[in-house]
Design a protein around this ligand. Sequence first.
Ligand code: GDP
Ligand code: MG
Length: 679
Amino acid sequence: MQGNSEAKSLNEMVVGLAGNPNSGKTSMFNNLTGARHQVGNWPGVTVEKKEGRHVRDGQVIRVVDLPGTYSLGAFSEDEAVARNYILSGEPDLVVNIVDASNLERNLYLTTQLLEMGANLVIALNMFDEAEKKQIKIDLEAMAGILAVPVVPTVAVRNKGTSELVTAAVGAAGKGPGRTFRIDYGREAEPGIARLEKALAAVQTVKHLPARWVAVKLLEGDENIYGRVMQSLKAGDIVKLRDEVAAHIESMTGLDPESLFADRRYGFISGLIKETVTRKSTTEDRLSISDRIDRVVTNRFLGMPIFFLSMFAVFQFTFALGDPLIGYVEEFFEWLGEGAGALFTNELIASLVADGIIGGVGAVLVFIPPIFLIFFAISLLEDSGYMARAAYIMDRFMHRLGLHGKSFIPLIVGFGCNVPAIMACRTLENRRDRMITILITPLMSCAARLPIYVLFVGAFFTAFQGLIISSLYFLGIALAIMMGILFKRFLFKGEVSPFVMELPPYRVPTLKGVLIHMWERGWAFIKRAGTIIFSVVIVIWVFASLPAGVEFASRESYLGAIGGFLAPVFTPLGFGTWEAAAALIFGLLAKEVVVGMFGVVYGIGEDRLTSAIQTLWTPLSAYAFMVMSLIYIPCVAAIATIKRETNSWRWTGFAMAYSLVLGWIMAFLVYQGGRLLGLG
Ligand code: GDP
Ligand code: MG
């Protein structure tokens, strides 16, 4: 769409005015150009085209009034004209006229302009109307989040025009700010990335922003579709496109276009929550989502509701999962006995029955509660609630001077710390990223859950949900506390702005929830079959040596290693070689803490549980769980920290601080509990 205007002269700057109908575009155009404008038609179409000139300090600015649109699809001629002009590269800058008294609707176009990579300045027009409606807008916060200048204007009274020109001239010199992207969620993002890659080789769209093209193609945009069809690779790409679209539809129940629109509105409602305060009297029409949000994200109720829902998750997991553990246990006991009898060689029989089946089985018996937890968490996520939980934590963390976006990796950390540490890449600022990487291992991952379930089953049958939630919350609380300390003493500086996306609530699809549960649960089973499998064999070897020693006794290598370190844990209430050896091998993977007991005692109510009851008291058991939660992350997490921070020093620091913190916390729990007469 090149050359639909006269050629641009050398020091001329070209500005396109974009905005919804009735946002005040024409009024602003008149302010800028006076009477000196020409009216014609856009080349090829009958849509009216207006152009004029504005001169500021000798600098000539050509102003082009684009057709008023709500979106930038290719459905109407108006939208196609506006969009093709912006993509043509002719305008140095787009001024987006936004009706400040009607932000929800107007900002949709803004997200579209930003996604196209337009160099943007926002005029918050009708600022007088917004003030009359008592809508207070934090201009600085909005400019920070969108990374574009935001100027308040009242076009009918020619107010703010000069400031707008100043901002425009400044921005035109600088080019677009950081790349803007809306997160379309994990059902869509991998597909978008694949399409983006495939499109890189397509000549007809190569000059356009790649992510935007991929998104438009998924939305079924005819113009982009037509361009892609001219390519030799059209067949492959259309096939990939249909495959990705079908995946999105089956996972979310929405076609890509609706899902993307939802996420954009989600972004907008998050942005508005961060930057706009209004008197409640103006809120006459509230959607159901808004109404739920009023309660769920309420300043006072938000936190308690979040805690209650997490507590409900653990209670539910237990009520349903605990009886099931018994069946799986019986299965492994039966399997162990059967396998033991199969081998005549005593050593091999012990390796298979005690080592492999005992060790791996001790971990796998927790499949029922772990799958149930993942089921419940997927339910909360797919319904849109987790985004609210993150929003509440975001607000809270903001107040503490921490980056709100940190909470997303932290929530991922409930599943596994490794992807959570990698998710810290979404934090743009190095300081925020480093702090979040350092505190993420405090999130209680699924591997720690078997430890809790085992000990809670042995000692706290009456308060299962409560005890387990307390450990999760202890992790969150310590993460926040350490975050504040690190920020104060290690990484000083400002918090960068961020907006939480708040997609509308939706009834989750059973299929989606089951698939998300399976993805996470399968990772747990795979670990049991690989790393846990290898580690329990090593433990079995240590428990069997030196030759002739009684298996897994104090005299075995395992007992010697544990016994050597046991005194370190005496002040914490569990100075036994068993506890020490479990913690040492638990460094390889936290499930191994449980796996080692499986090797040493075998599995089952009367063997494993009763052995643990003789070694611990309820108080020292709680101290041990606290230690297991906090002390040094597993090797996989440590390796990830090294890779992501690219620094041995910070990796060493992460290990050292968590070890010291774990020891101190377990010490406080045990000694504090004793002072209170609890054990
Ligand atoms: P366009 O459709 O985007 O070109 O918008 P217009 O410039 O035609 O304006 C639409 C209506 O809004 C007109 O009645 C204007 O007088 C009015 N208007 C434009 N800007 C403002 C403003 O900043 N404040 C108020 N109160 N009214 C405005
Ligand atoms: Mg107009």
